[in-house]
Design a protein around this ligand. Structure first.
Ligand code: UT7
Length: 350
């Protein structure tokens, strides 16, 4: 029996403002029909003016801590690629707002794979004995990075936060994380980028063109990479765990596009209904996507204690990664993302 990081709490949160496909079709050359057919998305939530990734992370983190029955943890790892500010990291402020004291807190940037990378980092802290408990959050407010007139990105992304609490436990108990597989390919870093604002552009001394300050994605190439890399990563993780694909109850993949989930299912030869999906109402929430899918899966009853689960992410970098676990029994009442009215009164609470 080995020491392992065990999932002990789960929380998810999305901001109250709902943006429907029809609303986007009023200001962009697009339609509800195109967006649903090509992505599976019906609506998404966006932050309101003044709201930030840190706000999403605090709300998700608070719910995960409550679900775990904890008021403190030994470390905070925040996966985000839309931090509140370029410098410093957002995690220390999130830790302080959650009342966690002077614990180590840092950001991990791996775009849509961020949560899997952060989970691996948190699990590593536990395995090393550096922490008994870790709060791992994935949060992004990507709506703030999108060009107002870019129909190819504006219809896809939603904002949100999701979080888990890890605690030290044994590798044989439900919730123990196992089978880690991570990878990257920096030769394809231009496929998903915000060209301006970093040291490479700033060191030129030439002010950035406005269009270069927005997020861009080469959708079709990214699509093909996402299908291939997530399928391969899932297979690797299943093998490392000593399971086989047929016994996996729930595949919880990054929610980039309903067609990508279907294509990975085909490639792995598994039924599409085993692939949890909340993309219809959440859109692509970047680092929040996997924990929000977990939270929504628990709330809907699709994800149940005892399920064999594989998590898999893919995103900018390029980056990808997977992990496996048997889903544990958690305090599920804290995992439901609140309805708009309830959320509105809670946003920005310390
Ligand atoms: O989260 C990190 C990883 N991200 C992903 O995995 C995203 C992967 N990519 C995708 O999900 C898809 O490539 C998109 C949803 C981004 C785009 O869907 P697509 O089916 O690949 O469309 P496309 O880029 O091939 O464009 C097809 C057509 C084009 O028109 P023409 O050239 O055929 O006349 C686009 O201009 O659809 C057009 N188009 C749109 N039309 C209406 C692109 N966006 C829209 C839109 N509404 N919003």
């Amino acid at each position: 029996m080995e020491r392992a990081a065990v999932v002990a709490g789960l929380g998810g949160w999305v901001p109250p403002t709902v943006v429907s496909n029809d609303q986007l079709a009023e200001v962009l050359d697009t339609s509800d029909e195109w967006i649903r057919r090509r992505t599976g998305i019906r609506e998404r939530r966006w932050v309101s003016p003044g709201q930030s990734t840190g706000d999403l992370a605090v709300e998700a983190g608070r719910r995960a801590l409550a679900s775990a029955g904890l008021e403190g943890v030994d470390a905070v790892v925040l996966a985000t690629s839309s931090p509140d500010r370029h410098c410093p990291a957002t995690a220390p402020e999130v830790a302080t707002r959650l009342g966690l004291g002077p614990v180590p807190a840092f950001d991990v940037a791996a775009v849509c794979t961020g949560f899997v990378y952060a989970l691996a980092t948190g699990a590593g802290l536990v395995a090393l004995g550096a922490a008994e408990t870790v709060l791992v959050v994935g949060a992004d407010a990507f709506s703030t990075l999108l060009a107002p007139d870019d129909r190819s990105t504006r219809v896809i992304f939603g904002d949100g936060g999701g979080a888990v609490v890890l605690r030290a436990g044994s590798s044989t108990e439900p919730g123990a994380l196992t089978g880690l597989n991570l990878g990257s390919d920096g030769s394809l870093s231009d496929l998903i980028e915000v060209p301006a604002g970093g040291s490479r552009q700033r060191s030129t001394g030439v002010p950035a063109k406005t269009e270069d300050t927005y997020f861009t994605m080469q959708g079709q190439t990214v699509y093909a990479q996402a299908v291939r890399r997530m399928a391969e990563s899932v297979q690797e993780t299943v093998e490392r765990t000593g399971w086989n694909l047929a016994e996996i109850d729930s595949f919880v993949l990054h929610q980039a596009n309903a067609r990508i989930l279907a294509a990975v299912a085909r490639r792995l030869g598994r039924p599409p209904e085993r692939f949890l999906s909340n993309i219809e109402t959440r859109g692509n929430t970047v680092a929040a996507s996997i924990p929000l899918a977990l939270a929504d899966g628990v709330a809907s009853g699709e994800l149940r204690p005892g399920h064999k689960v594989v998590l898999a992410g893919f995103g900018g970098g390029l980056t990808w990664g997977s992990m496996a676990l048997v889903w544990p029994r958690l305090a599920a009442h804290r995992t439901v993302s609140p309805e708009p009215a309830a959320a509105a009164t809670e946003v920005g609470m310390p």
